[in-house]
Unconditional design. Structure first.
Length: 200
């Protein structure tokens, strides 16, 4: 690897190993270097205009990482968030993200996304930042996600919501007080109360 490519690789590693084209150019890497690294196999394309060092370990959540890169303001929610928190056996068929009412849904060719409208209060509550395959992603906390799946139980399925709550209840570190707080934010306190009382 020549000095220019090595310098570019350092820039990639400094940023978790994954960069968008505009970030690459902003880091001072010439497009010619980018495409040469791609053609040589040093970089792999994981999404439209998104490149990753090929030497990194295989990705565990490539779809979420790509969506987080393409739509940094999006918050991973519902089944996608449950999956990240290991609270469900469901396999999401699309990356589920929360957006504010009135905002245009992001246009992404791949991976598939499913957009849910959250009120400003619900959209701001319980957001965590975590690193997914080297990419910073915004995701609702486990406790907030539990309230969300009960809020959207008609679309997600009540069985999925109850399963997630049971899985959460089986954990040593659990905060039912936080779940109740978020249930109030999502206006599902009455719906969740009997389930929480049975599991507390």
């Amino acid at each position: 690897m020549n000095a220019i490519a090595e310098s570019a690789s350092v820039a990639f590693r400094r940023n978790g190993g994954t960069l968008r084209t505009q970030e690459i150019i902003g880091a001072g890497i010439h497009p010619r270097t980018l495409y040469a690294m791609r053609d040589s196999g040093a970089l792999e394309t994981i999404g439209r205009g998104i490149y990753r060092l090929a030497s990194l370990p295989p990705m565990s959540e490539p779809d979420i990482a790509v969506v987080a890169k393409l739509v940094p303001s999006a918050v991973v929610c519902l089944i996608s968030a449950l999956s990240l928190h290991e609270l469900t056996t469901q396999i999401p068929h699309a990356v589920q993200i929360a957006v504010l009412p009135g905002r245009h849904a992001p246009r992404i060719d791949h991976p598939p996304i499913e957009v849910f409208r959250f009120s400003p209060q619900a959209h701001a509550a319980g957001v965590e930042e975590r690193v997914v395959d080297g990419v910073k992603a915004r995701v609702f906390s486990p406790e907030k996600t539990l309230a969300d799946v009960f809020k959207f139980r008609n679309r997600i399925g009540l069985e999925t919501a109850v399963e997630a709550l049971r899985n959460y209840a089986a954990r040593k570190r659990r905060r039912f007080d936080l779940v109740q707080d978020y249930a109030r934010v999502c206006r599902v306190e009455q719906v969740m109360r009997p389930y929480l009382e049975a599991l507390s």
